[in-house]
Each structure stands twice: as C-alpha cells, then as structure tokens.
Ligand binder design. Structure first.
Ligand code: NAD
Length: 298
C-alpha cells in the first residue's frame, strides 16, 4: 500500500511537486482554494479534497506550499485548516517561503496539539520542482527530519537540515538576498552593454564561463535576451521574501543596505503592474533608468 501524503497549495511549485510524489508511488490527497488546480491533479491520479482539514484527516504527513506567512497561518491554523484535521503524531511540512517567526508560531501551536512540524522552503524554481532537483532547506527536530528525508528527496536533490524550527526559512532568506542581488547586477551589466552598442548575447557568451558566471546568470540571461518574462518566480513573491528578510534583519539589528535598495526596485515594478512577471523583469527597472531595451543581435 503506498504511503498517503496530503498536499495543500497547488500553484506553480505545488503541482509539479505533487506529480513527482505520485511518480514515486505515493498516494496524494490534494487541496487548493482554486478548484481548477485540484481538478487538474485529480485527472492525473491524485485524490481531490474540498478543504485543508479534509486533507489532514485522510493522511498522516501533510505538505503545504503556499505564497506567504498569512497564507500558511490561515491554511494550517485557521478554521478548516490542516491542524484542525490532523491526528496526534501527524507531521506537517510547510514548504512555503515565509517569515521564520511565523514558522515558529505555527510549530508552537502544532506542538500543543501533539502534531509535529518542519519548515522546509525550497530553491530551484519551477524547473527544479519539475525535475525534482530542488534544494530543500529544513528547520526542525533531527528525528522528524530523518523520518521525512526520503519523502523530501523525491522532490529535491539536496535536502539539508540547517537547524531548529525557522532555520529553513532563515536559510531561504539568505538565498533570496543572493538571488535578487545577482539578477540586479546581471541587469546592470546587460543594460550597460546594450547602451554601449555591444551585443548583450555575446557579452553573456563571453563571460558565462568566468568568475561572473552563475546559476542565476544561466537561468535568467536567456530569459532577458528572449524578452521572456513569464513567471517562473513572480516579482511579488520576491518582494515578499525581501520584506521578510528586512523584517527579520530589523528584529536582529542587522543592517542590509543592498537588500533594502533591491526591495525599493521591486516595489517600483509592482507599481508598474509587473507583480506577476518573473523576477528577471528586474531588468525593466534598469532599462527605464537608461532609456534602453536589451535585445540580442543588436
Ligand atoms: P503560487 O502563487 O503559484 O501558488 C500558491 C498556491 O497556493 C495557489 O494555487 C493558491 O491558490 C494556493 N493557496 C493560497 N492560499 C491557500 C489556502 N489558504 N488554502 C489552499 N491553497 C491556497 O506560488 P508558487 O510559485 O507555487 O510558490 C509557492 C511558495 O514557494 C511561495 O512561498 C514561493 O515564495 C516559494 N517558491 C517559489 C518558487 C518559484 O519559482 N515559483 C521558487 C522557490 C520557492
């Protein structure tokens, strides 16, 4: 009998993660507030549910993959939420990228009901979710991590316990600073080349193998050159992550001047209606300042 897994949150990331679980032989019960997403996966073999507590009542391990802190709080702790349907000893794995302090709050409430919890946000984007190559950064108890390791390994290729509950999301915030700063630097470089009349595609090909080369460059430069800004990872989600970075940094009295600047840029793009574009559209912010459009073959 295959292991029963619950999954709540069937967006860009959740859908391919569920597919990989089913491919590995898990029986997955799914729920999302968007009915189409539930129906799509039900047509592929998942068991549909009509609420988060129904998912939890039918399974012992429940994964959540939701946009932000308030969504995880609502879907897990709220009325009709995962915790309400969970049995003692069940494990909730919140794979959403949320504020570490919210992971700790959810953990405490789960603990008071005898329910275990890990925070396990991911990096690697939609391609990583599809190819099961996500980096999964986990916070929680060692023994619960050990129990969930095989399950998490179905969705990712690098599964690491970085500390107690909340440590997964601290690690994710560190990751998001680096990714945003890299995309911004890449955008500045592309805009400079374009304005100088040097083909940005040739610049990319010349430098990708050197010290400036990076996973971010490999993923985002082709999108910029093709002017394909379809998410991927939405601007509004990166804005949310940097907000969580800055809030956490403030609580710890850690100045993060570049991250604060990046957050201003993302805010400006949201004002321009670009919140649902991929974060490679940070390029637009720099293009507007320089009055230039990056194009390959120019
Ligand atoms: P998404 O917006 O595509 O999907 C979120 C899903 O959650 C949606 O289908 C939404 O309807 C559902 N949802 C919201 N509230 C709900 C509730 N109360 N109950 C049930 N379902 C609910 O987002 P995504 O891109 O899949 O990202 C999910 C998380 O993963 C975010 O925290 C994001 O920051 C993180 N993440 C995303 C990427 C990426 O490239 N997209 C990469 C790494 C991490």
């Amino acid at each position: 009998m295959p292991e029963q897994i619950g999954f709540v949150g069937l967006g860009i990331m959740g859908r391919p993660m569920v597919r990989n679980l089913m491919k590995a032989g898990y029986s997955v019960t799914v729920y999302d507030i968007v009915a189409d997403a539930v129906e799509e996966l039900a047509s592929e073999g998942a068991t549909p549910a009509t609420s988060s507590d129904e998912v939890a009542s039918k399974t012992d391990t429940i994964i959540t993959m939701l946009p932000d802190s308030a969504d995880s709080e609502r879907a897990i702790l709220g009325e009709g939420g995962v915790l309400a349907g969970s049995k003692k000893g069940s494990i909730i794995i919140d794979m959403s990228s949320i504020a570490p302090s919210m992971s700790q709050k959810i953990f405490q409430e789960c603990a008071s009901e005898g329910v275990e919890m890990l925070d396990a946000p991911v990096s690697g984007g939609e391609p990583g979710a599809i190819n099961a190559t996500l980096a999964i950064m986990v916070g929680g108890k060692q023994e619960i991590f050990d129990k969930c390791y095989d399950l998490l390994s179905v969705m990712g290729s690098n599964v690491v316990l970085t500390g107690d509950i909340g440590a997964g999301n601290i690690t994710k915030l560190a990751n998001q600073i680096i990714v945003a700063a890299n995309i911004e630097a890449l955008s500045e470089a592309m805009v400079l080349a374009q304005k100088a009349g040097v083909d940005p595609e040739r610049v990319f090909n010349a430098i990708r193998g050197g010290l400036a080369g990076s996973t971010v460059m490999e993923a985002k430069a082709p999108m910029m050159l093709d002017r394909n800004f379809k998410a991927g990872f939405r601007i509004r989600l990166h804005q949310k992550d940097l907000r969580n970075v800055l809030q956490t940094a403030q609580e710890l009295n850690v100045p993060l001047p570049v991250t604060a600047l990046l957050q201003q840029m993302l805010g400006s793009l949201v004002n321009d209606g670009e919140q649902d574009l991929d974060h490679s559209a940070i390029l637009h912010f720099l293009e507007k300042l320089a009055h230039v459009e990056v194009k390959k073959g120019s």
